[in-house]
Design a protein around this ligand. Structure first.
Ligand SMILES: NC(=O)c1ccc[n+]([C@@H]2O[C@H](COP(=O)([O-])OP(=O)(O)OC[C@H]3O[C@@H](n4cnc5c(N)ncnc54)[C@H](OP(=O)(O)O)[C@@H]3O)[C@@H](O)[C@H]2O)c1
Length: 338
């Protein structure tokens, strides 16, 4: 079977296609023919030396994906051949609170990931895919979708009617926008691009701010919220945006710290945290149970994930280059078979 490999820390040019022999199934394993996958910033970080993996690691990238079960191990009971499934980001985090054991391995970093013709893992590490979506549409639920779900409803604890702030229009933020809209939350979205802000409005953003034209965007957030600030910030920018995020959150609100998409640190001021008495909450994607809940929510609310571009499997390198340029809105997907 064909699979891609990327050498950790050696750049995108290290992406190659290999032919590898199929893995033998253990009694609790299922074999899944991958139909689609989707890219995340983490996949770039691994290639470009920002993820702390050893230099000698060559891994099949990808944690977002969708496929169909083609074979089951002797003790498999929950899944059957023909089931459409999604791999959970952490194969061992099925339910309950996070723990070091549950987050010891993940697809696309410590285990081979989704950018391959097939994926073999324990049946418990797969969720049933949404009935209402194609594989290309559902491929981004496991990482980007679950991250947004956890950030809003679990780690973020958003209550009905909450106001939230979303930074930029990448995969996690657009997922969060779509979930927030379906849940009736008030979502303010920032972006560097007027065209992307228009798309965010069409998807249900209540207000938008261009963070290039308004570098002190927390002032705009406060104006929009009558001086109060938002209940929740989904913080994907990191060191370069955290200070503005803390200036955007209301007193006693929450900033869920997720990523570092925006680069280096202009200075974090602890006094802002003291002044807002806000909660800074870190998180790492989520459990398979959260993926199950997300699937049900997506089906019930007929959410169509925003997939910006779809590339064929043979053009994965082109997909990575497009993703790195960050011109996308929402997700970049790869279809494995037409
Ligand atoms: N902790 C976790 O569980 C977890 C899970 C998933 C992802 N992450 C992290 O979350 C971050 C986002 O991931 P992703 O896959 O959604 O990334 P992505 O799709 O690559 O996001 C790209 C977008 O980030 C936005 N951006 C860049 N600089 C920004 C800034 N200064 N202010 C606001 N937005 C900015 C841009 O939006 P515009 O083009 O609209 O300006 C850009 O298009 C990454 O750091 C990733 O590693 C963490």
């Amino acid at each position: 079977m064909k699979a891609y490999r990327i050498a950790a820390n050696r750049g995108l040019s290290s992406l190659t296609q290999v032919n590898q022999s199929p893995r033998t199934l253990g009694p609790n394993d299922v074999r899944v023919r991958m139909e689609a996958s989707a890219l995340n910033f983490r996949d770039l970080m691994i290639a470009e030396g920002q993820y702390g993996l050893p230099d000698d690691l060559a891994v099949t990238p990808g944690s977002d994906g969708a496929g169909v079960v083609t074979e089951t191990g002797a003790d498999v009971r929950r899944l059957k051949v023909g089931d459409r499934v999604l791999p959970a980001f952490w194969p061992d985090w099925i339910e309950g609170p996070i723990s070091p054991f549950k987050t010891k391995r993940s697809f696309g970093a410590d285990d081979h990931g989704t950018l391959a013709e097939e994926l073999v893992s324990t049946e418990s590490s797969f969720a049933i895919a949404p009935e209402t979506l194609s594989p290309t549409q559902s491929a981004s639920l496991p990482c980007a979708g679950v991250t947004a779900w956890n950030a809003l409803f679990e780690a973020g604890g958003a209550k009905p009617g909450a106001s939230i702030l979303l930074l930029g229009t990448g995969g996690v933020s657009v997922w969060a926008l779509q979930l927030a809209k379906a849940a009736g939350l008030r979502a303010i979205v920032t972006s560097s691009s007027e065209a992307k802000l228009k798309r965010a409005s069409e998807l249900g953003a209540s207000e938008t701010i261009n963070y290039r034209k308004t570098p002190e965007w927390s002032n705009a957030v406060r104006e929009i919220t009558d001086g109060e600030g938002v209940d929740l910030v989904v913080e994907v920018g990191g060191a370069a945006t955290i200070d503005q995020s803390l200036s955007s959150v209301r007193q006693g609100g929450t900033v869920v710290v997720i990523g570092a998409r925006a680069g280096s640190n202009p200075g974090f001021q602890p006094s802002r945290l003291i002044g807002t008495a806000a909660r800074l909450q870190g998180m790492m994607v989520g459990s398979r149970t959260m993926l199950d809940q997300l699937v049900a929510f997506v089906d019930r609310n007929r959410i169509m994930p925003a997939v910006d571009q779809v590339f064929p499997f043979e053009e994965a390198a082109e997909a990575f280059r497009f993703f790195k340029a960050a011109d996308h809105f929402g997700k970049v997907a790869i279809v494995h078979r037409r």
